[in-house]
Write a protein that binds this ligand. Structure first.
Ligand code: PLP
Length: 388
């Protein structure tokens, strides 16, 4: 089995050479020119033309009315939650199967993550299961929906698009709208993923993106808040730039703001990266198709294809063990990494981490099974030769 895994990887990727990372950035556009312009002009920090241009380009690509650039995706989510009405002491529904940032952003906003299960097809929140679960624990009060067990308000639902595969946003939105709980999308991994032509990150009241070094496009570190609500967009920019009231020389701040604005230097990198995004996405699809085909006759592994009718950006390709087993998963990971293919597991479930063990949670059988069966495969766009 281990041998067959390595053979399939080699058939798709070729020999690993000095080692094939999980996801490497690629800088073959105007990165050097734009970053040099920042250094030449001295505009390296939070003011400069690239920040505005980057925000416009992100808004244009995603179809969001507004994009507000931040220093990373975690801070983008923290601010988006606050803007959606999350207050200290509230609970926020998040998937147990996610990167730690999803839950950390909730905690940084003073709220408590409330973990729910995933569904096997999308690897993210299951609308039907969520609806059933919530109806079994909530009560309606004058101040919104409350968790009957804890007495706390449930203030937002944060679906996450695992490895770029869209969750069923139309159905989730229906559940959220019925309960009048705002949806804030963690689209950190899914820039370019779509449902019927509409980009993930633009379905909820607010959505967030990440431009960390391992994401589809990078600014070094960076993030963005997306929204179609002009008032929220203005508040997002104000809050992330120290809440300073614009004035030629006076320092008047009207609330406790954050210093979360993306520097021009990072935005310059991002502008050059976004120009190449369509080509990155095209090559990532080709790579996914090669993996899908190579794993199609495997008796042990099934390739995670995009959910039916949805378009994934295939940020990280993954296979699932047909028989979930932590021990086998770890053996496969050991063998692949020793051979130079830097495969990774999915994250340890967030509800099992020390700081979140006591947090409220639904039964998590599917995510538990997924944790012991998912294996991420090297997914850099450069694994498919450019211009071919
Ligand atoms: C990358 C990521 C984030 C944001 O991470 P930053 O490193 O802060 O940009 C948030 N949620 C998920 C699911 C992610 O994968």
């Amino acid at each position: 089995m281990l041998e067959s895994f390595l053979n399939i990887l080699e058939s798709v990727l070729g020999p690993p050479g000095a080692g094939l990372p999980l996801h490497e950035p690629e800088f073959r556009g105007k990165e050097w020119d734009y970053v040099k312009e920042c250094l030449d002009t001295g505009w390296v920090s939070s003011v400069g033309r690239f920040v505005d241009e980057f925000e416009s380009a992100v808004a244009k690509f995603t179809g969001a009315k507004h994009a507000i650039a931040t220093v990373n995706g975690t801070t983008a989510l923290q601010v988006a939650l606050k803007l959606s009405g999350v207050r200290p002491g509230d609970e926020v529904i998040v998937p147990a199967l996610s990167f730690v940032a999803t839950a950390n952003a909730v905690a940084h906003a003073g709220a408590i993550p409330h973990f729910v299960d995933s569904c096997p097809e999308t690897l993210g929140m299951d609308p039907l299961a969520l609806k059933e679960y919530l109806s079994s624990i909530i009560e309606n009060t004058a101040d919104g929906i409350r968790n009957r067990n804890t007495g706390r308000r449930i203030a937002a639902v944060v679906p996450m698009h695992t490895f770029g595969h869209p969750v069923d946003l139309p159905k989730l939105l229906e559940v959220c709208e019925t309960l009048r709980i705002p949806m804030v999308e963690d689209a950190a991994e899914s820039l370019g993923s779509m449902i019927q032509g509409k980009m993930t990150g633009t379905f909820g009241l607010l959505g967030i993106l990440s431009f960390n070094g391992n994401k589809v496009v990078t600014t070094g570190g960076g993030g963005a808040i997306l929204t179609n609500d002009t008032t929220l967009a203005k508040r997002a920019k104000h809050l992330t730039t120290t809440a300073k009231v614009p004035h030629r020389w006076e320092f008047f701040h009207d609330e406790t703001g954050f210093n979360f604005r993306l520097p021009n230097l990072n935005a310059a990198l991002g502008c050059a990266q976004l120009e190449q995004l369509p080509d990155f996405l095209r090559r990532k699809r080709l790579l996914a198709e090669r993996y899908r085909s190579a794993f199609s006759s495997s008796s042990y592994f099934s390739f995670s294809v995009e959910p039916k009718n949805f378009t994934s950006n295939y940020w990280l390709n993954s296979v699932k063990l047909k028989q979930a087993s932590m021990q086998v998963r770890n053996e496969v990971l050991n063998s692949a990494n020793s051979s130079g293919y830097h495969c990774r597991p999915a994250w340890n479930l967030l509800n099992t981490l020390p700081m979140y063990q006591q947090a409220p949670q639904s039964p998590i059988p599917v995510a538990t099974m997924l944790e012991s069966s998912l294996i991420n495969l090297p997914s850099s766009p450069k694994l498919v030769v450019k211009d071919r």
